[in-house]
Design a protein around this ligand. Structure first.
Ligand code: NAD
Ligand code: UD2
Length: 314
């Protein structure tokens, strides 16, 4: 039987993908350097092999691709923090760009059947047109976004240049269980849930809103993202790029209203100056990915409810 490689499989999104692949009876290999991922995000399972190592280690990758017969590579490993990419562009470039090239080279060498790359809505930058469609202009404004865009192009060009079946997905704002709230640059939902939890425990805390709270995002539940990854693997997606969102635009104030309906009283809100470079509005056009069978199964309230229930148990 063939194996599936998940890079970054010990991370937030990767661990949900691994869980679903294992539930489908697949044999999975994870490579992760545990820089932000955690071993405990992954279950103990006889069909799962965990390799602690970096995607920038070309020798290790060569060895791995020779040892296992991978039919699919899901490439999710990255320094996912935009802030860190601004602080340490060279290091992040090594991981977010060189790592992708190494993986593409190895995948082509051994004849992997499908390569799926996790790109980001960050490639769109702050261009005003909404909703974001895949054929619109991009404006990657940070080292993270530049490397995602370059990696995305290398991935889809692999099909045009070598006939290699590769596709890229632009994730919008993903949220769900196991997202790490520990940095000020963590996903806003993970931070808000963490503050609510502290408040309910009697700690003194606030919900900090940068700006007036009217900025919007397309918040997509992690299990819908897993659904998109699996569809990208199965479908005729070679050489194509797809948005992964919900197509719904939600402001932070609306998000907080929904959270209030789920958890009851919220900690006090504290309005702070907007973050420099913050994008005012973002929402995906999901018609392209819908054409391969994707539809978001988890409305925001449902996803938040699940996240809250999980969060009070942990
Ligand atoms: P995450 O930080 O939880 O996961 C990234 C994983 O990659 C971690 O487990 C980390 O340890 C691992 N990793 C980092 N450098 C590595 C290296 N050199 N070698 C091997 N493993 C390495 O973040 P996430 O939110 O789960 O992101 C997964 C992917 O989705 C990333 O590519 C990210 O850029 C992309 N993405 C995420 C979002 C979002 O909203 N979370 C949005 C757009 C794109
Ligand atoms: C997301 C990605 C980022 C990059 C960017 C591209 C995450 C965590 N970040 O940034 O990596 O891809 O999209 O556009 O996925 N906010 C608050 N209070 C808080 C935290 C955040 O008000 O405590 C605001 C923040 O200023 C922003 C919004 O909430 O206006 C969403 O913030 P975010 O960091 O979750 O996501 P975003 O879209 O800025």
């Amino acid at each position: 039987m063939d194996f599936t490689l998940v890079t970054g499989g010990a991370g937030f999104i990767g661990s949900h993908l691994v869980e679903e692949l294992l539930a489908r009876g697949r044999r999975v290999v994870v490579i992760d350097d545990l820089s932000t991922g955690k071993r405990e995000n992954l279950p103990q399972n006889q069909n799962l092999t965990f390799i602690e190592g970096s995607i920038t280690d070309a020798e290790l990758l060569k060895h791995l691709f020779s040892e296992y017969r991978f039919s699919t590579v899901f490439h999710l490993a990255a320094v996912a923090s935009v802030h860190r990419s601004v602080e340490e562009p060279l290091y992040c470039h090594r991981v977010n760009f060189d790592g992708t090239l190494y993986l593409l080279e190895e995948s082509k060498r051994v004849g992997v059947k499908k390569f799926v790359f996790a790109s980001s809505a960050a490639v769109y930058g702050d261009l005003p047109q909404l909703p974001k469609r895949e054929d619109m202009a991009v404006k990657p404004q940070t080292p993270y976004a530049v490397d995602k865009y370059a990696s995305e192009r290398y991935t889809v060009n692999s099909f045009n240049l070598y006939g290699f079946d590769a596709t890229a997905l632009r994730f919008f704002n993903v949220y769900g269980e196991r997202q790490d709230p520990s940095s000020p640059y963590s996903g806003v939902i993970s931070i808000f849930i963490d503050r609510i939890k502290r408040f309910k425990r009697g700690e003194e805390t606030t919900i900090d809103i940068y700006g007036d709270g009217r900025q919007t995002r397309d918040f997509v539940y992690v299990k819908d993202v897993v659904g998109a990854l699996l569809l990208a693997e199965e479908g005729k997606t070679a050489g194509e790029v797809y948005n992964v969102g919900t197509g719904k635009e939600t402001s932070l104030l609306e998000l907080l209203e929904t959270l209030k309906e789920i958890v009851g009283e919220l900690p006090p809100l504290r309005f702070l100056p907007p973050r420099p470079g913050d994008i005012k509005r973002s929402v995906a056009d999901i018609s392209k990915i819908s054409s391969i069978g994707y539809y978001p199964k988890f409305p925001l309230k449902e996803g938040l409810k699940r996240l809250w229930e999980w969060s009070v148990k942990t």
